[in-house]
Write a protein that binds this ligand. Structure first.
Ligand code: GDP
Ligand code: ZN
Length: 301
């Protein structure tokens, strides 16, 4: 029986892209899924069978490596985290918050800095360039790929294409940072609405759309609906936040106390590293503020 990947789900049909190319096969799910409370997702690797009329059935869902709720996608393994360097300006607090959610979902992340062409001349531009260089150094040292791009000038896109190839990619990043522009420049044939267009039509983007995986030229897929739009900590346990900071996670086995929160405990390896400058102040401060935010959210519900 052939294996394939569900690239689209619509009106009770699953569109399965077979391993050997060609058009996706329109499939029904087997009744047994419903009975078991299973539901095939876009991104699922499946075993399917073709029926006479050119359609097919999804017979088996292969084990998932990840599962996102928004957008509903299985097996995504790389988050393309877009952050503009101007309009809006780079916010490391927000960047770290996205990273926590991406790490928690079990995806790798590539940080894509956008709108590099928009940095102004003069002192203001100098300051932005320094901040961008510092962020690039900081996140590279932690182990994230950082790419500098301009969708308008086509800069950094070849490198990004190489990074995305072979993965199931999901876009992330706040509104207006240039996600749609980036993907439109990157994936020929995929036309995400940019903000200008949706403003004119007077409606938000990606409102009631279904998610679809768009094949990439170098192999792999891009989900056409951004994810990680909800950035509260409702789905995380307080003890999980620290492990979503990669450089803390490595150190925490050396903390004296198990379940160390890295805030006040003696002989905490994370606090020691912070004192010695091996952990960036911004990373630690964001961690501390997420811990506070988590506790405040809990109190409210
Ligand atoms: P999204 O909300 O993240 O999908 O962002 P959009 O792709 O809709 O872009 C938001 C705004 O930023 C639009 O006005 C784009 O024209 C602009 N923009 C996007 N990419 C670039 C870029 O590389 N350079 C410049 N100067 N502007 C950009
Ligand atoms: Zn600790």
């Amino acid at each position: 029986m052939p294996e394939g990947i569900i690239v689209k789900a619509l009106s009770g049909y699953y569109y399965v892209q077979g391993e050997h190319g060609g058009e996706p096969v329109q499939c029904r799910g087997r009744g047994i899924f419903k009975k078991r409370g299973e539901s095939p997702l876009v991104g699922d690797r499946v075993v399917y069978g073709e029926t006479e009329n050119g359609e097919g059935t999804v017979d088996e869902i292969l084990p998932r490596s990840s599962e996102l709720a928004r957008p509903p996608v299985a097996n995504a393994d790389l988050a393309v985290l877009a952050f503009s360097v101007v309009r809006p300006e780079l916010s490391l607090g927000l960047l770290d918050k996205f990273l926590v959610h991406i790490e928690h979902a079990g995806l790798d992340a590539v940080i894509v800095l956008t709108k590099l062409d928009r940095i102004p001349e003069g002192e203001e531009g100098e300051r932005i360039r320094r901040d961008v260089a510092a962020a690039e150094a900081l996140y590279s040292a932690i182990g994230y790929r950082v790419l500098k791009t301009s969708a308008h000038r086509g800069e950094g896109l070849d490198e990004l294409r190489t990074v995305l190839a072979g993965h199931i990619n999901v876009l992330a990043g706040q509104s207006g940072v240039g996600k749609s522009s980036l993907v439109n420049a990157l994936v020929p044939g995929l036309q995400l609405e940019t903000n200008e267009i949706s403003d004119k039509l007077g409606r938000g983007k990606h409102t009631t759309r279904h998610v679809e995986l768009v094949p990439l030229a170098g192999g792999g897929y891009m989900a056409d609906t951004p994810g990680f739009s909800q950035l509260d900590f409702a789905e995380l346990g307080i003890d999980e936040i620290g492990s979503c900071f990669r450089e803390f996670a490595e150190l925490s086995s050396s903390c004296k106390f198990r379940g160390c929160t890295h805030t006040h405990e003696p002989q905490c390896a994370v606090l020691e590293a912070k004192e010695q400058g091996r952990i960036a102040d911004s990373r630690y401060d964001n961690y501390a503020s997420f811990m506070t935010e988590w506790k405040e959210n809990k109190r409210r519900y």
